[in-house]
Design a protein. Structure first.
Length: 228
């Protein structure tokens, strides 16, 4: 398994989608809500070829935009950015205090026996194979995910609704793998044929609910799931 992940990383070529260049869902004086595409970095990488990212595109149109949270390269869906420093501090505190609620949808391999469940497994970076993560009960950071079956498909896959309580890197991808249902199209954890069942990672940040930094009222923004 370790050799496979190294090869995939070595052969990876970053080709971010150009259309739409920037999908703005909402913008006011304090926040910018965007729908990130699968295959686009949230922030730029160290490699000069990885400079194109959602942050750079947002700043090109809204110069004061700053990143509050991130989505994986392969994950699509709703991201919020701050448009001033007061909003940035407020939103960041909301994530730190777990007052921000997120819902993801994933299509996974197999049919879970139960209709819902919880995965409580600590995660740590698998350094020889980074950016992969692994379960580590000794040194891992706590990671909690609630999951719910939405649709069991006849092709042996399932659409699941995922509610992460914590926000660890690759949390949903590793947790689904650990319960025996890897997400389709996952180039890091797509075991048992899951990788070949889709041409992208079937993981989407469908909605986000948080306190607005100016009104302090709960607001929700949602992006339609582009699969299923």
């Amino acid at each position: 398994m370790r050799q496979i992940s190294v090869v995939m990383q070595k052969n990876f070529q970053y080709r971010p989608p150009a259309e739409p260049w920037l999908e703005v869902m909402h913008q006011d004086d304090d926040i910018l809500v965007l729908n990130k595409q699968s295959g686009l970095l949230s922030v730029k990488g160290k490699d000069p070829d990885h400079a194109d990212c959602l942050e750079a595109r947002a700043v090109g149109a809204f110069p004061s935009a700053t990143v509050v949270h991130r989505l994986d390269l392969d994950t699509s869906g709703v991201m919020i950015m701050a448009l001033n420093m007061d909003a940035h501090r407020f939103l960041s505190r909301g994530f730190q205090d777990r007052k921000t609620d997120k819902t993801y949808y994933a299509r996974v391999l197999g049919h879970p026996v139960d209709g819902s469940g919880t995965v409580d497994l600590p995660l740590k970076c698998d350094w020889p194979n980074r950016p992969k993560q692994k379960v580590d009960f000794d040194e891992g950071r706590s990671a909690l995910t609630h999951w719910f079956v939405e649709t069991r498909h006849d092709d042996g896959t399932t659409l699941m609704r995922l509610k992460p309580i914590t926000g660890r890197s690759h949390q949903l991808r590793v947790h689904m793998l650990e319960i025996g249902h890897p997400i389709l199209g996952d180039r890091f954890y797509g075991q048992g044929g899951a990788l070949d069942r889709a041409n992208r990672l079937m993981l989407h940040a469908a909605d986000i609910n948080f306190y607005h930094p100016r009104t302090n009222e709960r607001v929700t923004f949602a992006a339609p799931t582009p699969f299923d």
